[in-house]
Design a protein around this ligand. Sequence first.
Ligand SMILES: *Cc1c(COP(=O)(O)O)cnc(C)c1O
Length: 712
Amino acid sequence: MYSWFRGSRKFVLDKIPSNISGIGEIAYNLWFSWERLGRDLFFQINPSLWENVQHNPVKFLKKVKPEDLEKASKDPFYLQLYQKVMNKFEDYMKNTPENSSPVAYFSAEFGLHESLPIYSGGLGILAGDHLKAASDLGLSLVGMGLLYRYGYFTQRINGDGEQEAEYGYLHFHELPVIPVLNERGEEIIITVDLPDRIVYVKIWKVNVGRISLYLLDTDTGRNCRADRDITAQLYGGNRDTRIAQEIVLGIGGVKAFRALKINPAFWHINEGHSAFLCLERMREKIEGEGLCFKDAILNIRANTLFTTHTPVPAGHDVYSGEMIDYYFKNFYRGLKLSKEEFLKLGWDREQQKFNMTVLAFGFAHEVNGVSKLHGLVSQKMFGHFGRAEQDKVNIFHITNGVHVQSMMAEEIKILLDQYLSLEWRKAISLESSWLGVENIPEDILWLVHNNLKERMIYFIRWRIQMQRLRNYESAEKVAEVENFLEPRALTIGFARRFATYKRGLLIFRDLERLSKLISSEDRPLQIIFAGKAHPADHPGQKLIKDIINLADTLPFKGKVVFLENYDIKVARHLVQGVDIWLNTPRRPQEASGTSGMKASVNGVLHCSVLDGWWPEAYDGQNGFVIGQDKDYSSEEEQDKEDSQSLYQLLEEKIIPWYFDRNEAGVPHKWVEFMKNSIKTISPKFSAERMVKEYSFYYNEGIKRKNQMKMGK
Ligand SMILES: *Cc1c(COP(=O)(O)O)cnc(C)c1O
């Protein structure tokens, strides 16, 4: 057998016995990421292999012994499970919309499952959840992104407590991605122009339930080494890499749709990285349809929406005028535009740079922020972007949501199956679906929560031991981890990117006050940290190191832990297993935040500054608020007041309520809050609610566009 064949998808599919051939289809559909039954199909064949391949079903099928598959195919119990899963899958896939004019959703990152590490954090997971919810809703939508050869980095903490970035080579044939072929079975390759050369781009496809996500990849033998590396790393490389990536995503993305004969009826630009798509569409309008420059812009605007995701300036991509001129000279000349006319499309007068956010504003009929507060802040900061003075953009908001089915613990789902109407899984965003949460017996919810907590603690100890073994630490250092974290302690989770505005160290401001809480004999407290800092963000990495140093000294040892490599899997364990989810951004810099939503749907109480989504959700009975609903002029003052408020909250409410138990050992008031959290937050902050809101604007845009056509 040729070696390339062993690497092909056919190799994976051919080894499956024909009576269970459907598992090949399940392996290549991310449906398995939110449907436990789908994962069971692999787990049941070989549980330890399933763990070893990090829950990646394609890798599983590549590695599994043919005898194991053979055995499963003859096992009546397995066959019963198989039939059940296939029926469910077919039922789900039924009514997949047949539509050559879907909504096109562009994003530089998509976070769908831990086996596909092409996301860095919140933005990517939001994009992944958008696709999952669109699939659940049966929306006609397709995604466009990039397939990174080395993905985003794996975070390793070395023996000195420092972050190291590890870039693993992704073998695409071991991932649930499929090369897109034409009718003759050949790869579809598109081209993108860069100065003095052409870049060849391959197209891959990922099935996300009923939705197709297309990913572009420049790592093909037809490109020179440097161009093969354009799609090497998410947010990696230098400014030239970044602009080349954005050209491939934006311009290449439009060309890829044309090559695939997909004609999007609406264009959703998720953050500025993909905004060059407007330029390619403009070229099509001017060269292909003969529109003038001005009409082309109006035409594109009609069916385009732009979502901005951060008020932090560094989160908006900017390029110098010279750089844009270097990359786009041929492009604008071809359209008979002057350099000035072209630069004006993205010109940010304050920074004197070409700004991707400005570009997107100019081409979008609608621009939205991702929470109510963020919408207002963005209006103030960016309302003047990309338009003439009399034509300011009205920035509205659609608050983010999470794909509940992906982040809620299986045990909680099963509990809900018993106390809610069985249809709740199909009507997540319907508030009335959730009323039955009140009927869950308190002791049972408490028991389930504590089981999840214990599972998380074992997971964390195991991970930290593995880390210490890898770093050749002493036998004592490895053994002591057995005593880290105790199930009865009130457990706080803090996991997010280590950007300074998120204030990861806020809870350490008064070490003495915190030590008292941590060291309490009868009411102990413990804190779990996780999160990556971008490899170029040195202040962020310093924060991580500071936490790790504290965690290694008394009285924090074993009670404060830092868990390496925060990803979807770690997030799942934490948001399902801690008691309190802590969020301390410097208001108003957290556009929305979504990890608190993931915690809340599991009955983990959100304890947060009134920033991002939290002011919309907090009702006094479903979580906690740190500090006041106000803006500060000094950061020092803000940090001081917020930290004091946090200690006071812990001392006066959170700790007493958590440890105040009834005869059955249940903290009545706490569990009541847990129920309120699940009941009020799950429907309102679900990705299903979010995507429904977006689809209203999609439909409006499609109508507007059709009217425009008829007017012609
Ligand atoms: C949900 C999630 C995030 C985003 O969380 P924030 O609340 O925006 O900080 C980041 N990383 C991972 C792995 C997540 O699961």
